[in-house]
Each structure stands twice: as structure tokens, then as C-alpha cells.
Design a protein around this ligand. Structure first.
Ligand code: GAL
Length: 729
């Protein structure tokens, strides 16, 4: 009796406590119906934006998240970057820019939700679509199909990420911020392409994902075969007419492209905010309840993370927050104003399905009316003419291609085409006067008889040899020429013809550069065909084949090839054409400077650098180094590389990415009229200019003084005019 009477008060405390715990954990639920997601019993219209954690630095994350929140977002969406997390099989990395848990916790602290797109195929213009390169060399593997080794690896990584999120209590079902997950990415077209094994794979990965019991819904984007309970979602520039495959699934827009990526050799795409806002408003008025901007902050493809679509180092994407973390105006403010209007209309939007009327040609009115609430969306789809609409005895002027939002059915608080925000453009302002004191070191060409090479009869695929440990692979071979045939004949030298799968090729004959050729964004293959001066006796042919990332999209993109695959022929000799394809070739992976790590402080002293007036200028295959101090202030920094050709840049041993200002943007930068259907080729800038001349140097990678800057230049450039600039609004 005594014992029990002691316990009793405790029971009165513990039981209610347990009850509260039960209520709070079970009420942190995410479910859905045909109207919307329902979080903790509450329906929501959710505005989301993509920020990819490895495309910025952890030091930038809090500010990016704050600017996203201030811009009216409820959710941050990110992919998970498998090849960053498992660089070699079984060795995991979750530090620095890959500190996924920290990123999600920061979002949680800011009071926002997370949509985690585990994939683990992610596309995203990311090297190999996010797959680690070692995966390609797993015995018997075939990517993204009903293949045992692939499914085992995919399940292992997906489970690892889900378990990691669970152990940190990050799912909403555990009180965390993650309200949604995604499995695979845009698998619909591939499934359609490959048929039965694709269907079997879909069935398998859907069951695998659901079996992981995250307690929050899964989505699959661009795949209408998504089985229950997985929600199929839409990606594109417009999704207003999208319908999920079941009427009890909410209408979700997982990627509304805020612009488009820049590729080396291409012009810089931008998407006017009027059109972007129009797309969002149309989606919401058509019963859309979850809308994500891809990207809200695009960021930077640091290192060698950009994919083999010639994807540039900048992944700015014309997003509302620019590559450097500054807000882009008027995009950011205009969208924020729209989000406010949508939030005002939210109770009405969630209380009813819209009734639609058509007061005139190209005019459409959506009314969400219930007992308590009313909101209206007035739309003009005419791409040329404005219109006047009478709604509830009041007239509204609608510019061409615009939607007005009336959160109370009376007051127009926002029109997608009426942009009042500041049209401020960020500027790049020089911070260093004079040029850096450069030193140079010339990388020697490799020849067939060099010691640390291996040989093979015939040409080999590049990534099979490099395993993508470097962009560079030397193919070298000797050509014997009888005394009288290597020279001018009828005014012509013998012709060397080389076919390569890509992406860039520098051809050296007897140690001298004969020419450089490269592929284009639409076709990475290339050919070299040129008269070359040969000497009697042995001639050294040295081909430096350069990859610019691995493909990230396409059915079985793991089978795409890179490098010199031939044929390689020499014609114009006495004997006619000599086929060099099957002869003995020597291979060397990477550059000497790479193997000595001369981009690092320790490694840079391992070679003899030249300084002063003898510094190499316009020399191919040249390394440059200098030391610089951090400019004062907090403005983001960049290097202006306009006078350079192509290569890679490191600051204090960290790669800020590939540079290629030598690739001049092709494209038509004519008038960009926002009204009318948008696509990625519609609005372009910087035609005739380098596709990318500025390269982001994160502040957090710098010390106040004595920073080591190393540039490897393949084609030949003038480093004396490389300068540091700061970005200001
Ligand atoms: C989508 C894909 C994204 C990204 C985008 C273009 O189709 O899902 O990952 O690649 O295209 O930026």
C-alpha cells in the first residue's frame, strides 16, 4: 500500500507527459488528399525552393536560408549527392559542403520544412547524375533498371540516408523538418523507353522506398506510373494542366525552372520574373498546392562536380538568390510579393475547389469560395494584348500574359506582370589594382617512351582508364617516317585525322601543339584533321584528351563514351593512308602537376617555378601560382578570368572549378518578350561573350593574408590580367 501511494503522484505526472509526447509526435504527421498536403492536421499551400548544399559553403547556408524564408518560402528542397557522400565504395563523407545533417538542421532552426530528394539518381547537371564513378565498375551492373547489383547499391545508399535522417530525428513524423522525400528522378521517360525491366524496377524501388517507413509521403517526379501511396509530381516551366495519376493525390510542382543552367559555349539563359510568376499563379489557381522553384539559389559547381553537358562552373540559374548569395532583383521581391498574396488567399484556396468562368477570349476567372472565404484569380492568357475584366461589378486591368490575385475577391493585391521591385543589377567591382605577381611552370608533354605510362595495342575509353580521377588522359604513340615522306608534298603536309568521343583534345606533335579541338553542347564528339610537319625517323604523337564532366542524363548514360576512340589515321604518305588506331598506344592518367599536387601549399614547392619577366604567357599547358591577401569587407568575391582559355582554379588547395572563358557563347540574344510560352532558348544574354568569365571564390576559403591561388591553363592565356572582383548590389 505504502509503495503504491508513493508511485501514484508520479503516475499522475508521467502519464500526462507521455500523452503529450504521444500527441506531439503522432500529430507531427504529414498526410495528403486531392487538395493538399496536410501537416499536423492542417492543410497547406506550400511554396518551396531548391538550394543544393554542396553548391555553396556551410558559411553561406544560414544567410541563404534566411533570404529564402524572407522571400516567402515554407520549404527548402534539396537533392542528396551520392558521389559526394561516397567518393570511394564504402568510404563515406558528410563534412563541410556535404554536411547534409547540418544543412537540414539549419533549415529546421529557421522554421522551414525540407523536401529531401534522395534519388539517388539526381540528374541536376551534376557529375554522372550523382552516381559515384566506382558504381559503373561494379561487376554486372546496369544503371536504373531491373538489375541486381544496381538495386543492391541503390537500396544500400537510400537506406543509409533514411537511417541517418531517422537517427537525427529529422523526419516530420519524428518532430523534424522533412515533410517529403523523393525516390528516383524523372524515371518516367526511361521506363517508357526500356519497357518491362523499367516497370519491374519502378515496382521494386517504390516498394523499397515505402518500406523504409519514413512516416512522410514519397514523391516521384515526371513519372505518371507512380504507384500508391507515392505521389507523382510535375517538372517544367509550366504545370498548370498537370494532373496527378489519382484524384486523391495533391497537385505538386517539384521543379519550376526559374531560369536554366549555363553551359560552356552557350549563352546565359534567363527567365523574366513576369513569366515565372505567371506560371506559379496559374498553377495555384488550377488547384496546385505545392510549388517548388528549381533553383531558388543555384550556386556553384565547385571542383569537378559539373556534368558532361559542358555545364559551366556557375550554376546561377537566374535564380532569385544569385550564385554569390545576393538577392536578384526584381525577381526576389516580385516573387515575395506574390507569396504574400498567395498566403492571404490560402484559407480560401484550401476551403474550396475553384469554379472557373471564361469572361472572354483568353480570359479565365477562378473563384475559391466557401462560407467563410473567397479568393479570386483573374487571368489573361493573351501574349500580346492587355484586357479589362469585370468581376463582381468591378473592373480589373490585366496586362498581357498575367494573373491578378484577389485574396478577398475584391482587392487586387498582386498582378504577375506588374513589377514594382527595384531593377537593380549586381555589379562586379575590381578590388585589386595592378596584377598578381605570377609564377609559372610548364607541364611537359608526355611521350610514348616515358616511364610511368602503360601501353596497349589500340585505343581505350577514357573513363575506363582515369576512373574520373582527373579530367586528363594522355594518349601517346610513335610514328616512323621514312626520310622522304614527312614533308611538304604538293604544298601539303601529311594529314593527321583523329576521331574522339570528346570532350576536348590538344594534339602535340614532337612536343609542339598542333591544334586544339572541342565538342559542342549538343554533340560532345570532335574530330581533328590537320596537316602536320613530321621529321624523318621517329615522331612523337601526344594527344591530351580532356573530359568536362560525365553525362548526367539519358537512358544508360553510363555507357556514354569519352576520349580518343579512333579511328586515327595519317594520310598523304607514300604508302597512302596509315591507320594508327590499332598500333601501340601509351597511356598516362592526369597531369604531372596533379600528381605532385602543386595546387596545394605543400605540393607547390615540388617544382621549379619561373617568375618575373620570364613568366609564360599564351603558353598551353601552363601552371600559374600567386599569393594574395583577402580584400576587406564582406562582399562576395570572384576572379575575372576573361583573358584565360580553359583549365581549373584552386584557392588554398580547394578547387573553385573549371574555367573556360575561351569558349565564346553562341546563341541568339535577340529581344526577350516575356509574354508567350517560355523555353530555355527564349531569353539569352552574353552572346558573343565568354559563357562564364567570373568564378566565385568563397570568402570562407580565404585567410586574411597569404592565400595561394593556382591556375592550370590548357590553351594558353594571359594571367597578368586575372583580377579579383567583388560583387555588390
Ligand atoms: C530536370 C531534372 C533536374 C535538372 C533540370 C534542369 O529535368 O530533374 O535535375 O537537371 O532538369 O536543370
Amino acid at each position: 500500500m505504502r509503495k503504491n501511494s508513493n508511485i501514484l503522484p508520479l503516475i499522475f505526472i508521467i502519464i500526462p507527459l507521455l500523452w503529450i509526447l504521444f500527441i506531439s509526435s503522432s500529430s507531427a504527421s504529414v498526410i495528403y488528399d486531392g487538395k493538399s498536403l496536410i501537416i499536423n492536421g492542417q492543410r497547406r499551400i506550400l511554396i518551396s525552393g531548391s538550394i543544393h548544399y554542396p553548391r555553396s559553403t556551410p558559411q553561406m547556408w544560414p544567410d541563404l536560408i534566411k533570404k529564402a524564408k524572407d522571400g516567402g518560402l515554407d520549404v527548402i528542397q534539396t537533392y542528396v549527392f551520392w558521389n559526394g557522400h561516397e567518393p570511394s565504395q564504402g568510404n563515406y563523407y558528410f563534412e563541410e559542403r556535404y554536411d547534409l545533417v547540418k544543412f537540414i538542421k539549419l533549415i529546421h532552426q529557421a522554421g522551414l520544412y525540407v523536401h529531401i530528394r534522395i534519388g539517388p539518381f539526381i540528374c541536376a547537371e551534376w557529375n554522372f547524375g550523382g552516381f559515384p564513378v566506382w558504381l559503373k565498375y561494379v561487376q554486372g551492373i546496369e544503371f536504373r533498371t531491373d538489375n541486381g547489383p544496381f538495386k543492391a547499391a541503390m537500396e544500400k545508399f537510400t537506406t543509409k540516408i533514411v537511417d541517418m535522417m531517422k537517427s537525427e530525428n529529422l523526419f516530420a513524423s519524428q518532430g523534424g523538418p522533412i515533410i517529403l522525400s523523393q525516390i528516383e528522378n524523372e524515371y518516367g521517360p526511361v521506363e517508357w523507353d526500356i519497357g518491362a525491366p523499367g516497370k519491374a524496377y519502378t515496382k521494386w524501388f517504390s516498394e523499397m522506398a515505402v518500406g523504409l517507413n519514413t512516416g512522410v509521403p514519397w514523391v516521384m517526379c515526371k513519372q505518371e506510373t507512380a504507384p500508391d501511396p507515392i505521389i507523382d509530381t510535375c517538372n517544367g516551366f509550366y504545370c498548370e494542366n498537370f494532373k496527378p495519376n489519382k484524384n486523391y493525390k495533391p497537385k505538386m510542382f517539384t521543379e519550376n525552372w526559374t531560369g536554366w543552367y549555363t553551359a560552356f559555349g552557350g549563352a546565359v539563359p534567363y527567365r523574366p520574373v513576369e513569366d515565372l510568376a505567371f506560371s506559379v499563379a496559374r498553377f495555384i489557381q488550377n488547384n496546385g498546392s505545392f510549388m517548388n522553384y528549381y533553383m531558388f539559389h543555384g550556386g556553384t559547381n565547385f571542383g569537378r562536380t559539373g556534368s558532361g553537358l559542358f555545364v559551366a562552373t556557375s550554376y546561377d540559374y537566374d535564380a532569385p538568390i544569385d550564385e554569390y548569395g545576393l538577392i536578384r532583383e526584381p525577381k526576389w521581391s516580385h516573387l515575395r510579393n506574390m507569396h504574400k498574396a498567395i498566403k492571404q488567399a490560402e484559407p480560401a484556396l484550401l476551403s474550396a475547389y475553384p469554379t472557373v468562368s471564361w469572361p472572354g477570349k483568353n480570359l479565365e476567372v477562378h473563384v475559391f469560395q466557401s462560407k467563410r472565404y473567397c479568393a479570386a484569380f483573374l487571368a489573361n492568357y493573351d501574349s500580346e494584348n492587355s484586357a479589362t475584366v469585370t468581376f463582381w461589378n468591378k473592373q480589373y486591368n490585366l496586362p498581357a500574359w498575367s494573373v491578378s490575385i484577389l485574396p478577398d475577391c475584391k482587392t487586387e493585391v498582386f498582378n504577375t506582370a506588374k513589377v514594382y521591385g527595384l531593377r537593380r543589377h549586381a555589379k562586379m567591382i575590381p578590388v585589386s589594382s595592378g596584377s598578381f605577381p605570377w609564377q609559372s611552370y610548364i607541364e611537359q608533354t608526355v611521350s610514348a617512351d616515358d616511364s610511368d605510362t602503360f601501353t596497349n595495342a589500340g585505343l581505350l575509353e577514357q573513363v575506363d582508364i582515369t576512373r574520373d580521377s582527373s579530367d586528363y588522359l594522355w594518349y601517346t604513340s610513335n610514328v616512323y617516317i621514312k626520310s622522304d615522306e614527312g614533308f611538304l608534298k604538293n604544298g601539303q603536309y601529311p594529314f593527321l585525322n583523329i576521331m574522339s568521343a570528346g570532350h576536348v583534345l590538344h594534339v602535340f606533335v614532337n612536343g609542339r601543339l598542333s591544334g586544339t579541338v572541342y565538342g559542342s553542347l549538343t554533340d560532345t564528339r570532335l574530330s581533328f584533321s590537320q596537316g602536320i610537319k613530321l621529321v624523318a625517323g621517329v615522331n612523337k604523337i601526344s594527344l591530351l584528351s580532356v573530359s568536362v564532366g560525365l553525362a548526367n542524363v539519358g537512358t544508360h548514360f553510363e555507357w556514354y563514351k569519352t576520349g580518343v576512340l579512333g579511328p586515327v589515321t595519317l594520310n598523304g604518305l607514300n604508302e597512302g593512308t596509315r591507320d594508327l588506331t590499332k598500333q601501340k598506344w601509351s597511356y598516362k592518367v592526369g597531369l604531372k602537376g596533379e600528381s605532385l599536387s602543386i595546387h596545394t601549399l605543400a605540393g607547390s614547392s615540388s617544382v621549379e617555378w619561373i617568375q618575373g619577366s620570364l613568366v609564360a604567357v599564351k603558353q598551353p599547358l601552363t601552371w600559374y601560382k600567386t599569393i594574395f591577401n583577402e580584400p576587406t569587407g564582406n562582399d562576395p568575391l570572384a576572379l575575372d578570368m576573361s583573358t584565360m582559355g580553359k583549365g581549373e582554379i584552386w584557392v588554398n588547395g580547394k578547387s573553385i572549378g573549371r574555367h573556360w572563358p575561351g569558349y565564346i557563347a553562341k546563341g541568339n540574344c535577340g529581344n526577350c518578350n516575356y509574354a508567350g510560352l517560355y523555353n530555355e532558348n527564349k531569353c539569352l544574354s552574353d552572346c558573343g561573350q565568354p559563357s562564364q568569365k567570373w568564378y566565385h571564390v568563397p570568402r570562407s576559403w580565404l585567410k586574411p593574408t597569404g592565400n595561394l591561388l593556382v591556375v592550370f591553363e590548357e590553351m594558353g592565356g594571359d594571367p597578368s590580367r586575372i583580377s579579383l572582383v567583388k560583387r555588390q548590389l
